[in-house]
Write a protein that binds this ligand. Structure first.
Ligand SMILES: C[S@@+](CC[C@H](N)C(=O)[O-])C[C@H]1O[C@@H](n2cnc3c(N)ncnc32)[C@H](O)[C@@H]1O
Ligand code: SF4
Length: 451
């Protein structure tokens, strides 16, 4: 059996395997966390500490077929303006609960498309946030930018507010692929936006691209990566396209028969990966690349890479507060998720309450298992000594957990006195191995271990 078919047989690229941006993953959240818990968790944040903040803007001018993000399309700016008012009230609620002197290690605006906000809304939102929680020294203010939905005045407003990390969505530059995924975006437009961002002195440019798209071939992805390299991004996310038409109805527009096979997907990833590495990028976790000088590359090198709802991060703050519809917050006590729809979210905030609808309060082995999964996703290694030092677990119990995971993937996982390691050739299986530590995901029981 070839290495590729062995990987495929083990469940590689199974779209149902979580990306583990949290543990437990969001589908396992329940109704046990309410707005009162969320408020109490905010009040428990010690004064003069650093936290991080995520603001969700669930609006887009266009609705790309491939996109699995929670967002709504609008031609008019009215719903965005109405939503900005709700965010304003939500930030005042946050202020009322927050201890003095709390600062932001990271502020991230995501979506949807945060650049749907007009310049005056951007300016007012940022000013209000920084009035409640100023950016800490060395803090990051990052924003997701759709190159088709930005202009000089909106970018100027973001830069004046302190934007220091711009993240542009690229996906792929090939016109046939763009047509098939319902996202047309001329190369010249992306290039011009990257230049606008650089010209304003924004120190860091990130880009998202995808592998595993319909009609994508090794030659085409190589061409797209070379075009992207010409923009010289500081950091790149190379996400595997998740084709989940049963969850994301717009994806039904995408021709299933043009989708690459699992083996072809792996090859597409490898072609892109090799080009980034040849250009001097450091490989970060399962799907990121960064210039060695980038803070994420340095965090990965130093073992400080972490996983949160935005994917990989160098943010080590234990608290991430999510504002806006559907946002998820993380506290030392657990996760809390806001009402997913803008209507329910707006209703709660207008009534003077947070919109928390579900979540998960940590119990039992949650924090330990979350760390095992995170370590695997970030470092491809679970350090036995670190776990025994930092978590309440006996050596026997830890060894059983590690052994069970290794036994499920014969010859693919290394187990020794230092802990569990995924060698390079097995890294496409990272999420599958991580799932072995997931006590909530019962589907792993169906995993076939025959090789
Ligand atoms: C909120 S979206 C994009 C931000 C911005 N609206 C834009 O279009 O450029 C963030 C990223 O999620 C990724 N994404 C969306 N749907 C995906 C899918 N089905 N599979 C994998 N990645 C996806 C895309 O790479 C996208 O750039
Ligand atoms: S990719 Fe961006 S612009 Fe397209 S639907 Fe998703 S969030 Fe909106």
């Amino acid at each position: 059996m070839t290495a590729h078919s062995q990987l495929t047989r083990l469940g590689l690229f199974d779209a149902r395997v979580p990306r583990y941006t949290s543990y437990p993953t969001a589908p396992h959240f329940g109704g046990g966390v309410a707005a009162t818990d969320f408020a109490a968790w905010i009040r428990a944040i010690p004064a003069n500490t650093e936290i991080s903040l995520y603001v969700h803007v669930p609006f887009c001018r266009r609705l790309c077929w491939f996109c699995a993000c929670r967002t709504q399309g609008t031609v008019s700016d009215d719903p965005v303006r109405a939503y900005a008012k709700v965010l304003k009230a939500e930030i005042e609620l946050l202020r009322a609960h927050l201890a003095p002197g709390v600062k932001l290690a990271k502020l991230h605006w995501g979506g949807g498309t945060p650049t749907m906000l007009a310049p005056d809304l951007t300016q007012a939102l940022a000013a209000q946030i920084f009035d409640v929680t100023p950016l800490a020294e060395g803090g990051t203010f990052s924003v997701e930018i759709d190159p088709m939905e930005i202009d000089a005045s909106r970018l100027d407003a973001l830069v004046a507010a302190g934007l220091n990390r711009a993240s542009i969505g690229v996906q792929d530059f090939d016109p046939q692929i763009q047509a098939a995924i319902g996202r047309e975006q001329p190369y010249e437009t992306t290039l011009a936006v990257a230049e606008m961002i650089r010209a304003r002195g924004v120190p860091s440019l990130n880009a998202d691209i995808l592998y595993g798209l319909p009609h994508q071939t090794p030659a085409r992805i190589a061409d797209s990566v070379r075009k992207l390299l010409a923009l010289s991004p500081d950091r790149v996310a190379l996400y595997g396209y998740a084709h989940v038409p049963w969850m994301s109805r717009r994806q039904q527009m995408i021709p299933s028969d043009a989708m690459p096979t699992p083996e072809e997907r792996l090859e597409l990833f490898e072609v892109a990966r090799a080009l980034f590495v040849a250009d001097g990028y450091a490989e970060i976790g399962i799907d990121h690349f960064a210039r060695p000088s980038d803070s994420m590359a340095q965090a990965a090198k130093a073992g400080r890479l972490r996983r949160n709802f935005q994917g990989y991060t160098d943010d080590t703050s234990p608290i991430l507060i999510g504002l806006g519809a559907s946002s998820i917050s993380r506290f030392p006590q657990g996760y809390a998720q806001n009402a997913p729809g803008t209507a329910a979210h707006t209703k709660a905030i207008r009534a003077g309450q947070f919109s928390t609808e579900r979540g998960h309060a940590f119990s039992g082995e949650d924090i330990l298992r979350g760390r095992l999964i995170e370590a695997l996703m970030c470092d491809f290694h679970i350090n036995r000594a670190e776990i025994l030092r930092d978590y309440p677990i006996t050596p026997e119990r830890l060894d059983t957990l590690l052994r069970n995971a290794a036994d499920a993937f014969p010859q693919m996982v290394e187990l020794d006195a230092t802990g569990l390691t995924l060698p390079k050739a097995s890294r496409p299986l990272t999420r599958m191995v991580a799932r072995m530590f997931d006590a909530y995901d019962q589907s792993k029981a169906k995993h076939s271990v025959a090789v």
